[in-house]
Write a protein that binds this ligand. Structure first.
Ligand code: UFG
Length: 322
């Protein structure tokens, strides 16, 4: 299949591209390198440098493809509360450009990177797709807005979409084929890795008094190779079934901040200094997925998302960095 992967030079995008190349697809990456990097491109794929905010870039690039996978977005929830304008433009306007370019070019299938952030503070866990959506940060709101627009485009224009609600994406390619670090990572595992590598003196644990067994927040970490397989299966599904879907991609397993740090200490053999500080605003105590729907309709479930694989594959990349 001929697939345009928008944001394919990024952290998750490059893993998705690798999976699609490994399964025999013809891939073109479209990226502006704002957070992606050249070193994430593979020789077997084509590349177009362009910006989703420039409609003519994306409408020209989209000619001749069967499907688009769209992963180009800003994703720092905290930043989105300080700079919502930036998130409106890139995540909403940019995606509308992609959707319109798809329709203009007769492309009816799109896979969209959504987020568990659409749910907001969980009313119950595990969180399934029927859980009310009520984002707590502007980033999650941008993802939900796009889901709503896609629902209309499905009805009005026959666009078939797979909206994939990722939980906490983490880890690196299990075969070590993707080695570029994310630029300015803000997530827990990269920060733990930078501390282990000596790039940071210590890390801060945001809150030790949550209502969880060890007092630190529990998250559902999903390995990027698992996410990548989910994209491939979701695209097959919407094409074969001619039907749009919204599905969680999570591991259904909760790991606390302390469990991540402890696993990292064991695997890296480094001390990893960590201090408990006050809670970070907007953090739910526990966020764990139900991934039953993905199992039922896509026959997808996570296989690489245990703490040890997440940390080992991350350390494999971070230990090389100075
Ligand atoms: N944390 C720390 N110290 C740090 C960084 C994080 O204690 O230096 C804690 C956070 O407080 C939280 C946990 O580690 O309890 C995970 O935090 P992340 O920032 O890595 O991830 P979030 O759960 O806040 O959000 C991530 C993505 C979002 C996505 C969400 C979906 O960043 O884009 O997962 O579950 F929407």
């Amino acid at each position: 299949m001929k697939i345009l992967v928008v944001g394919g030079a990024g952290y998750i995008g490059s893993h998705v591209v690798r999976e699609l190349l490994d399964t025999g697809n013809n891939i073109t990456v479209f990226d502006n390198f704002s957070s992606g990097s050249k070193t994430n491109l593979f020789s077997e794929s084509n590349f177009i440098k362009g910006d989703i905010l420039n409609y003519s870039d994306i409408s020209k690039a989209a000619a001749g493809y069967n499907a688009i996978i769209h992963l180009a977005a800003f994703k720092a929830a905290g930043e989105s509360m300080i700079a919502p304008e930036k998130y409106s433009v890139n995540n909403i306007t940019g995606t509308i450009n992609i959707l319109n370019a798809a329709l203009e070019n007769g492309i009816k299938n799109i896979v969209f990177s959504s987020s568990a952030a659409v749910y907001g503070e969980p009313e119950y866990t595990p969180v399934d797709e029927k859980h009310p959506v009520n984002p707590k940060n502007y980033y999650g709101f941008t993802k939900l807005e796009i889901e709503r627009i896609m629902t209309w485009y499905d009805k009005l224009k026959g666009l078939r979409y797979a909206s994939l609600r990722y939980f906490n994406a983490a880890g690196y390619d299990i075969n070590g084929r993707i080695m570029s670090l994310e630029k300015n990572p803000a997530n827990l595992i990269p920060i733990v890795m930078e501390t282990a590598a000596g790039k940071r003196k210590e890390l801060q644990i945001f809150g030790g008094d949550y209502d969880t067994p060890d007092g630190t927040c529990i998250r559902d970490y999903i390995h990027v190779n698992d996410l990548a397989v989910g994209h491939r299966l979701a695209l097959d599904y919407i094409i074969k079934q001619d039907k749009s879907i919204t599905v969680n991609l999570g591991s259904e397993t909760g790991l606390s901040v302390l469990e991540i740090i402890e696993t990292a200490r064991k695997i890296t053999g480094k001390k990893i200094n960590a201090n408990i500080v006050k809670r970070r605003e907007g953090d739910p105590a526990t966020l764990v997925s139900s991934a039953k729907k993905a199992l039922e309709i896509l026959e997808w479930k996570s296989t690489y998302s245990d703490a040890s694989t997440l940390i080992t594959t991350s350390w494999n990349v971070y230990r090389r960095q100075k």
